[in-house]
Write a new protein. Structure first.
Length: 294
């Protein structure tokens, strides 16, 4: 893998007549303490009745001159706590991902957007990151990787790339199945719009083209195959995946797990137990009752 429609209401997601967003535009968590008594800031929970946080600021070590329980440098009139950290949409706005189990015990995800997010942006997120996350939740590793990405203080955007695409890595042209780009990486497609966002590409078009040339064309490890009109060398890993992956869901789960791990290990490599894509494929097949052989 390579590393490198406007809403018609002010508060579109409300119930019992109450808006779901409160102070600083943060989502209310009313299930435990009642309406408006608990606000979810993502990294910590705020109780507006007593004006107290229920946890320290996760970035407290960067501000040793301030209390670890401070907010906005103790000046909420001049400063705000912006959305935008963790998993984001194509505009850089944070999308809060909640993972629960359905009646059959399967993991499912729901997505909560900032109130000003356009319908087209929501649909785009669900068609990209939503499809990858849904597939990942069918594996043993996936739910934990999604949870950690959703709680990470850095922003990450996930794209499903249906067309063929090549990258340049140390002067070599590669046509990978997945790519993780850092904010300063010139191959990060949204870096120009939102400068502090990481980007994960899940390259379905590259996989389908590779599978065509391996399964139908008989290409083998070391051969040069054509991706997006350019010649790239075929690795043993890509040959194995081309011969064993039987569905796009399985592909998204395996490559998504790999790229989520890459993103999470950029700053803390000791925190993640990586799995091979083949192992994740087996987990996906088992969960979806797909035969182990294509």
């Amino acid at each position: 893998m390579y590393n490198s429609a406007t809403s018609t209401t002010l508060f579109p997601n409300n119930y019992a007549g109450f808006p779901v967003f409160g102070f600083n535009g943060k989502e209310k968590d009313d299930e435990i303490k009642g309406n408006g008594n608990s606000l979810d800031f993502g990294a910590r929970i705020y109780d507006p009745r007593v004006g107290r946080w229920l946890a320290c600021d996760p970035l407290a070590m960067k501000y040793s001159d301030l209390s670890p329980y401070q907010f906005c440098a103790n000046n909420p009139i001049m400063n705000v706590d912006p959305d935008g950290e963790q998993i984001v949409d194509s505009k850089g706005h944070r999308v809060r991902v909640k993972i629960n189990k359905d009646s059959k015990g399967n993991y499912v995800a729901s997505y909560h957007f900032s109130w000003f997010t356009k319908k087209t942006t929501k649909d785009e997120f669900k068609a990209n990151a939503g499809e990858v996350i849904t597939s990942m939740l069918k594996t043993e590793t996936g739910p934990e990787l999604v949870r950690q990405a959703n709680q990470d203080l850095r922003k990450v955007h996930i794209s499903l790339v249906t067309g063929e695409k090549t990258y340049t890595d140390a002067g070599v042209t590669v046509g990978p199945f997945g790519a993780t780009a850092e904010p300063q990486d010139p191959q990060n497609p949204i870096a120009k719009k939102v400068s502090d966002v990481y980007n994960i590409d899940i390259l379905e078009g590259n996989f389908e083209k590779t599978q065509e040339q391996v399964v139908e064309g008989g290409a083998k490890t070391g051969d040069l195959i054509t991706i997006a009109g350019k010649k790239v060398e075929l690795s043993s890993k890509r040959v194995e995946m081309a011969n064993t992956v039987t569905s796009l869901g399985e592909f998204r789960a395996a490559v998504g797990a790999h790229e989520f791990t890459e993103f999470l290990t950029f700053s803390r490599p000791d925190k993640i137990e990586p799995k091979t894509e083949i192992k994740v494929q087996e987990e996906y097949k088992k969960a979806t009752n797909v035969p182990m052989f294509p």
